[in-house]
Ligand binder design. Structure first.
Ligand code: AHR
Length: 343
């Protein structure tokens, strides 16, 4: 009987100990979960709503990549929207960022006008806005600042190259311009800066300006139309007039134009071709003697953008305008010094 009682006591102790261990494990696990929950709350990431206009060029693709890379490096979460080249999609995206209550909104305005209402909504919601790559026509109090290229200077650089290249030339220099997306700030600035410089000498005449929408397909089509309507292989002509120089607002259109020049076997050795962006393919074309000058437009805006986002989030005032550093590449360069462009 005594032995039986001893056995029952022993079993009770074992059950009690097992229950105690179970309870301890439960409490420890619960506390651990509570700790990580509090940590998550304290280390909430900054959220950036970013509306990109699309992926019309290698430049644009690199621009998007740069922003994603820098966001990851800075532990900033991006809510991304690709507007597929439509302003209405950008307006919708910005409104959805407001509903989501992101910390900062950044967007590439496809055109200059039509942003006042949506930016007023962002302002009323207390969400600061940064313009990226392109500028807008709106009350400056509706956005914190602009980060991007100096389009005016890009246009001036293109024109200075042309002026220098033609310094010993007499007679008219007929220029054909292929411009990018209509009503965009970058097109306005590249056109303005170019005209400002060539106006110094009346021999420089823009004989035609054609909208190529920044697309390779349009550049190809534009050149094809010039070639088939002139039916000449000794150069490019517009309505019977020889084109001495082409000023193309981006590499995609320039590369499209070169496609047609090659397809139709047209001789353009005497045609001065100037492009903007400096994608690897156009640098290759420059080195191959197919282009004369490429003005850089720097798409790597990510690192600076994240700096601005963090400054704004800390309540600092950011500069109204931040330009990225840019250079140019010409036929006169020592090509052996060129670094790969990476896009
Ligand atoms: O706004 C910058 C321009 O847009 C780039 O030059 C062009 O390639 C892009 O599509």
């Amino acid at each position: 009987m005594k032995a039986k009682i001893k056995k029952i006591r022993f079993l009770s102790i074992i059950i009690f100990l097992a229950a105690l261990i179970f309870l301890l494990i439960f409490i420890l696990t619960k506390n651990k979960n509570n700790t990580s929950h509090t940590k998550n709350e304290n280390s909430e990431k900054l959220i950036l709503g970013f509306s990109q206009i699309g992926s019309e060029s290698a430049w644009r693709t690199r621009n998007t990549q740069s922003i994603f890379e820098a966001a990851a490096e800075n532990d900033i979460q991006i809510i991304f929207d690709d507007a597929q080249q439509k302003q209405e999609n950008q307006l919708k995206a910005i409104r959805s960022f407001i509903v989501y209550q992101v910390d900062v909104i950044a967007f590439v305005p496809i055109v200059e006008d039509g942003w006042d209402n949506v930016l007023t909504e962002a302002k009323e919601a207390g969400i600061p806005v940064i313009l990226v790559d392109r500028q807008i026509n709106a009350d400056p109090s509706l956005y914190a600042g602009f980060l991007g290229e100096d389009g005016l200077e890009e246009g001036r650089r293109a024109a200075r190259f042309l002026l220098n290249k033609c310094r010993n030339r007499t007679g008219t220099v007929s220029i054909y311009e292929m411009s990018g997306t209509e009503n965009s700030s970058v097109v306005r600035d590249r056109a303005k800066g170019f005209r400002e410089v060539i106006s110094a000498d009346p021999k420089f005449q823009i004989i035609h300006s054609e909208d190529g929408d920044f697309l390779r397909s349009r550049g190809k089509e534009i050149a094809e139309n010039l070639i088939t309507s002139s039916r000449r292989k000794d150069g490019l002509y517009f309505e019977g007039q020889k084109i001495d120089a082409v000023y193309s607002h981006n590499d995609s259109m320039t590369l499209g134009m070169l496609d047609s020049i090659e397809n139709y076997n047209v001789y353009t050795g005497n045609t001065i071709i100037i492009s903007v962006d400096a994608e690897q393919k156009s640098i290759d074309a420059l080195q191959a003697g197919k282009l004369n000058c490429v003005v850089e437009c720097n798409p790597n805006l990510g690192p600076k953008l994240m700096e601005l986002v963090k400054d704004i989030a800390e309540g600092k005032t950011i500069p109204r305008v931040t330009y990225n550093s840019e250079t140019m590449f010409t036929e006169n360069d020592d090509f052996s010094t060129y670094e790969p462009r990476g896009y």
